[in-house]
Design a protein around this ligand. Structure first.
Ligand SMILES: CC(C)(COP(=O)(O)OP(=O)(O)OC[C@H]1O[C@@H](n2cnc3c(N)ncnc32)[C@H](O)[C@@H]1OP(=O)(O)O)[C@@H](O)C(=O)NCCC(=O)NCCS
Length: 204
């Protein structure tokens, strides 16, 4: 008899070989693997309330929490495939993070997550970083499908996805509790064949 008991890991087919991420470059940015030396940045970045708006992350309060958080990002067996720090090319300043998680090898799909420190918002930086990671996902990882989930109230994130030809597939009602209320979660996706058609907007 086939057992229908499956744990969360089975259902989402998490790839347990968390890899060291690639080093990627765009016009203004370098995206590179996170290291323990970045823990102070993580504390500053995820310690700021606004970085955690519209995310399920808990605001980091001290260095110990930042170290735990770092290991959650990189530890094999967790949901992360790789998480990179976003740095400004001109002065090597750390300004955010971006990466793939819930990588599903069988289906060639993965989800992207990203966050930027407030000082750098609305300069097109996350758009630039997302383009770069999507290109990497389709070209180097040979992904078939990339997903992003976002709070429909997160105007900046939704705009990035629309600008980059992600299609909205649905909205889960009151899926997450944060910022003292329940929030819907919208699911967006981009298939490799659709990315091929809009490659001109994916120049970085
Ligand atoms: C959401 C977030 C990633 C946006 O990053 P960003 O670098 O400011 O985004 P971009 O500059 O690439 O903006 C893309 C577009 O959205 C617009 N935009 C960005 N933030 C906006 C906001 N708060 N309100 C309205 N428009 C916004 C930009 O003006 C730009 O518009 P344009 O296409 O007309 O030029 C950033 O605010 C952030 O890190 N927030 C906290 C963490 C988070 O929400 N992560 C995403 C979870 S899904």
């Amino acid at each position: 008899m086939i057992s229908m008991e499956r744990d969360e890991d089975d259902i989402i087919m998490i790839d347990t070989d968390v890899i060291e991420g690639p080093k990627l470059e765009t016009e203004r940015l370098i995206l590179k693997s996170m290291s323990l030396a970045d823990v102070d940045f993580l504390l500053y970045h995820f310690g700021a309330e606004e970085t955690n708006w519209y995310t399920e992350y808990e605001r980091l309060k001290n260095r110990e929490e930042a170290i735990d958080f770092y290991y959650k990002f990189i530890e094999p067996g967790k949901k992360t495939y790789f998480r990179l720090v976003i740095t400004l090319k001109k002065n090597d300043t750390l300004i955010g993070t971006i990466g793939f998680f819930l990588y599903n090898r069988r289906d060639s799909s993965a989800e992207i997550g990203y966050d930027l420190s407030r000082l750098y918002w609305r300069k097109g930086i996350t758009t630039e970083a997302v383009k770069c990671l999507v290109n990497y996902g389709f070209e180097q990882m040979n992904l078939y499908r990339i997903e992003v989930t976002a709070d429909p109230e997160n105007i900046g994130s939704i705009k990035i996805l629309k600008n980059l030809a992600f299609k909205k597939e649905g909205q889960l009602k009151e899926k997450h509790y944060y910022m003292e209320k329940y929030h819907d979660e919208s699911i967006y996706s981009l298939l490799q064949r659709d990315w091929e058609k809009v490659k001109s907007i994916y120049q970085v």
